[in-house]
Design a protein around this ligand. Structure first.
Ligand code: AKG
Length: 261
């Protein structure tokens, strides 16, 4: 039976789930960004990507959270992996913008069966640069990278985007979220976000979930298996369950379950 959530997602290309996780987990997620920022002052926090996160016990705990995976299962079925995680954490006053794009233009996935959970770790509003999307564009074809423009002015999380002449934002939707809310979006829907010039952080975590039957065509790029089993028909790589080490990992609620034998 199709759930109401899936019906709404199929129709609109996105859906918002309020209070998907509790405020404490959202707070820990924001604390994780600040913890990483102290250790990686050379990397902008809009760019804390998969390689930094894939062996981190807190990230494994978070992406496998039953509440998130239950949402995703409605769209992707029972065998699920998370193939790319990325914090887009915009610092106050000078947080970077994200140009209009379709996620699928960038991704080495075959087929393009994938959905994004965007988890709000702080409030995400018009003032601090929330995500915005263009309803209906989930039915557009995917543009290739060649059809997009490069914008290397140091102000963008992605250094490319769809040419402004191809954007009609008269019906734009601002996805304003509270900590613990998530939005879910389709890889074809056109979306962006403005710079953060407010005095508050805007911290979002993008988690890209796939059915394990989707092939990840990138070498040395492990996914995290979160439910069910790998697909025998492809050779996707999976990260091992990490062991919590107080010398190199952030402490978090429930970390006892991540200690070695
Ligand atoms: O976090 C943002 O501002 C944009 C998110 C985004 O582009 C994405 O999830 O693909």
């Amino acid at each position: 039976m199709t759930s109401e959530l899936k019906q709404a997602y199929d129709e609109k290309g996105y859906v918002v789930v309020r209070g998907a996780v509790d405020a404490e987990l959202a707070r820990e997620t924001a604390a994780h960004v600040h913890w990483l920022a102290e250790r990686h002052p050379d990397i902008r926090p809009e760019k804390f990507g998969h390689n930094m996160l894939v062996a981190d016990p807190f990230m494994h705990r978070l992406v496998g959270d039953e509440r998130l995976v239950d949402i995703v299962e409605q769209f992707l079925g029972p065998n699920i992996a998370m193939w790319a995680a990325h914090y887009i954490a915009k610092p106050p006053m000078h947080g970077q913008r994200v140009l209009w794009h379709q996620d699928g233009s960038y991704w080495p996935l075959e087929p393009m069966e994938v959905t994004t959970i965007w988890l709000a770790a702080t409030e995400s509003t018009r003032e601090n640069g929330c995500m915005r999307l263009l309803p209906g564009t989930q039915n557009n074809r995917l543009l290739s990278r060649r059809e997009m423009i490069d914008v290397k002015d140091g102000k963008n999380v992605l250094e490319s985007g769809i040419h402004p002449s191809q954007i009609d934002d008269s019906h734009v939707i601002d996805l304003e979220l509270e900590p613990g809310d998530v939005s879910v979006h389709n890889p074809r829907i056109i979306h962006s976000s403005e710079a953060n010039t407010s005095d508050k952080w805007r911290i979002g975590l993008t988690l890209r979930y796939i059915p394990t039957s989707t092939r990840v065509m990138r070498d040395n790029h492990p996914s995290i298996l979160v439910r069910g089993h790998p697909d025998a028909g492809n050779s996707n790589e999976y990260a091992e369950r990490p062991i919590y080490d107080p010398g190199i990992h952030m402490p978090f609620y429930g970390m006892e379950a991540w200690l070695g034998d």
